[in-house]
Write a protein that binds this ligand. Structure first.
Ligand SMILES: Cc1cc2nc3c(=O)[nH]c(=O)nc-3n(C[C@H](O)[C@H](O)[C@H](O)COP(=O)(O)O)c2cc1C
Ligand code: SF4
Ligand code: SF4
Length: 281
């Protein structure tokens, strides 16, 4: 059994779904003590070490089939000492591809021992009224299932079934989830065709704001994780800083900020089939 069972969470979540999923897991674990470190808006301080007596939870979104790169940058200095860790990736109903294995490698290299993993679903950052993608997720069913996962993990910790001596190999346990080939192919074809026709790299399209609609409330400045928007000039996006997380779009109360991602239509057309959470113990 793990000593103090304090739970230390590490989360990066611009549009809030990775945080929601993580909190549902934590609610099932009913921790005695709980410390939440959110690095959406800042890098945790250097030398942050989680003891082997505690349990760490990492929760991050999937960008392009991998962990959002900025999340890894911000977690770089976090250290464990054979600390058991629960790994959660949240993706927008397309696929999480390499993200969970990548997170496993990342935390293992920093002294954590993965004891459980989850690939959960969140409303896609690019979802909008015209092209809804995984809208409203995680929903009640998702959150209930995440809570039960947390319960099971804690139960297994308390009975000694899983511990820092029993870390799991997430990579070996993962072969189950593949995006159906046809959907993936249609998505890739669209992107290639778009790039050819528009002569524009879809990766270089960014959110923008309509000056006439903007009330200068500053909300987008507050929710931007990379300081890509400056107060007083909210209609401008610093494209050298923007990671296209869409927090500003979803957080704008007047609908002034929008993002017409070229990916939205093909995602909507090809990934409507509801994906369910995947758990690995
Ligand atoms: C730049 C970018 C790339 C993304 N790539 C993927 C992807 O490869 N697969 C997928 O299913 N969802 C993808 N998504 C959707 C997010 O994983 C999903 O919306 C997630 O819920 C966002 O997490 P957050 O609410 O914690 O910010 C991407 C989103 C962004 C902004
Ligand atoms: S949140 Fe919307 S309305 Fe408020 S400052 Fe930003 S763009 Fe303008
Ligand atoms: S400006 Fe870019 S990085 Fe900042 S919140 Fe908007 S999409 Fe995210």
């Amino acid at each position: 059994m793990i000593g103090s069972q304090k739970i230390v969470t590490f989360c990066f979540s611009p549009t809030g779904t990775s945080r929601k999923n993580m909190m549902a897991v934590v609610s099932g674990m009913t921790p005695i003590e709980y410390k939440h470190i959110d690095f959406t808006y800042k890098t945790p301080e250097d030398g942050l070490m989680v003891s082997r007596e505690d349990v760490a939870i990492f929760s991050v979104p999937v960008y392009g089939g991998k962990v959002a790169p900025i999340a890894l940058q911000r977690m770089d200095k976090v250290k464990g000492n054979m600390t058991p860790a629960v790994l959660i990736v949240t993706y927008g109903n397309r696929n999480f591809e390499q993200a969970l294995v990548q997170l496993e490698e990342f935390v293992s290299a920093r002294g954590f021992l993965p004891i459980a993993g989850a690939a959960l679903i969140g409303e896609h950052s690019y979802s909008n009224a015209q092209y809804p993608i995984a809208i409203g997720r995680p929903d009640t069913k998702d959150l209930d299932s995440a809570r039960k996962f947390g319960e099971k993990v804690m139960n297994k910790i308390q009975t000694g079934e899983i511990s820092c001596k029993h870390s799991i190999d997430i990579a070996k346990n993962m072969s189950a989830l593949e995006t159906p080939e046809t959907a993936l192919l249609a998505f890739r074809t669209f992107i290639q065709e778009y790039t050819r026709q528009q002569q524009e790299n879809p990766m270089k399209v960014y959110p923008s704001a309509t000056a006439e609609v903007c009330s200068h409330c500053g909300m987008c400045v507050d929710v931007c994780p990379t300081q890509a928007i400056i107060i007083g000039h909210e209609e401008v996006t610093d494209t050298s800083r923007c990671i296209r997380c869409c927090a500003c779009v979803k957080g704008c109360p007047s609908g002034a900020r929008t993002f017409v991602s070229p990916f939205a239509r093909p995602l909507f057309e090809n990934f409507q089939m509801r994906r369910e959470p995947l758990y690995i113990f």
